[in-house]
Design a binder for this molecule. Structure first.
Ligand code: 5GP
Length: 219
């Protein structure tokens, strides 16, 4: 059973996880990348300045506004949005390659990007929204982040209101009261989505053959 995914080839899944900043999305997605073999992160392009803890081409591809616009005009971006006054986008090529090779892609993008992916690739996209347990907890989590200034924290709280307003547009909702529980649920979502009949490319041939073999064994 654990090797079913490998034995029966399938198209990759686009797993989109959105939330306001501070709801725990980064920890959840990082854990998923560490513990799930066949999932890779879609590394976004952004015009936002790099934070000290971030590595170029690992967390984001950091680019100038000019370069961003050239990529957008050149059709290199699957979706794009302006968030917190900066541009963010998903490069197209790595996604198309991963899906066709049966590898899953994880997207840490906002509701605007999610909408665009749903419009373009509904059958490939599975969407998850992470909500904080309470408003006070969200505020406290943002304040604990030493990397951002007070003005940025204020802006992020304001943006949280807008992001949360779109929770209804998502397939699955995780209320992140307990990180371990939320993580188990996120994995369960991925596992179930991988097992969907429509995702399995050669399940038809497999089932046909099973029936033929079974008929031969049937007296
Ligand atoms: P941060 O600047 O904190 O890394 O990200 C800010 C917001 O931008 C997050 O809500 C994140 O989900 C969103 N974001 C990151 N990359 C992309 C992207 O490629 N496209 C879109 N639409 N949003 C993104």
């Amino acid at each position: 059973m654990p090797n079913q995914e490998r034995e029966i080839s399938r198209r990759g899944i686009m797993l989109v996880v959105s939330s306001p900043s501070g709801a725990g999305k980064t920890t959840l997605t990082r854990n998923l990348l560490e513990q799930e073999e066949n999932v890779s992160l879609s590394v976004s392009v952004t015009t936002r300045p790099r934070r000290p803890s971030e590595i170029d081409h690992v967390h984001y591809h950091f680019v100038s506004r000019r370069r961003f616009e050239a990529m957008r005009e050149g059709g290199e971006l699957l979706e794009w949005a302006e968030v917190h006054g900066n541009y963010y986008a998903t490069p197209r090529e790595p996604v198309e390659q991963a899906l066709s090779e049966g590898r899953d892609m994880l997207f840490d993008i906002d509701w605007q990007g999610t909408r665009q992916l749903l419009e373009k690739m509904r059958d490939d996209v599975v969407t998850v929204f992470v909500l904080p347990p309470t408003a006070a907890e969200l505020k406290a989590r943002l304040e604990r982040r030493a990397e951002d200034s007070t003005a940025i924290i204020k802006q992020r709280l304001h943006n949280a209101l807008e992001e949360i307003a779109h929770w209804r547009e998502y397939d699955y909702i995780l209320v992140n009261r307990d990180l371990d529980k939320s993580f188990a649920r996120l994995r369960a979502i991925l596992t179930a989505e991988r097992l969907k009949r429509v995702k399995m490319l050669d399940i038809e041939a497999f089932a046909d053959r099973l029936l033929v073999d079974l008929k031969k064994l049937t007296p």
